[in-house]
Design a protein around this ligand. Sequence first.
Ligand code: GLN
Length: 209
Amino acid sequence: MNDELLIGVLGLQGDIEENIKATNNAFKEMNLKGKIISVRYPEELLKLDGLIIPGGESTVMGLLIALKNGLLDSIRKILQEGIPVMGTCAGMIVLAKKSYDKVVGNKNQLLLGALDIEVERNSFGRQHDSFESNLNISGIGSDFRGIFIRAPSVISAGPGVQILSKFDEKIVAVKQENIIGTSFHPELSGDSRMHRLFIELVSKRKANR
Ligand code: GLN
């Protein structure tokens, strides 16, 4: 059996290269054999041991997912099978059950509904309200540099959702079984501990298959 882990970054829009770099660093730090690729076709997705949905713009990503034949179904299949998926910022919004935008109100957009959370988009304001702050993240520590860019927050979470981090009373990182969602961009902080946490899930899932 091939024991090399194969992780894909949904390569439609957003910070794809940054996630590839952070995942490669994480593999190195963990001394694990792994490959990380950009994916956009159903047949590529179905081979993965883990998927990252990057930060970017969730409405655009949703439109692009819907446009590509078979892509939505293959992402749904991955989620149903319990293959680990991490969504950062826009990626977390796409994974959510419900969303609304603090700035423009309700907006119809494609949501995968896999993470039992409601998100408030642009929860900390517009682009110029972007900021950085140290975060305390469960399983990681208290010194993770959180980079928030037009970031969402989680305003409610179902009983199966574990809260990994809060900032200013707002929930900014969650985990539900094999799905991780973050409001901030771990791929931009030069710190691959969040990606390592994700790889641990991927590695456990692969070992139990
Ligand atoms: N505000 C963006 C959205 O709603 C997310 C921003 C980001 O990913 N940096 O999709």
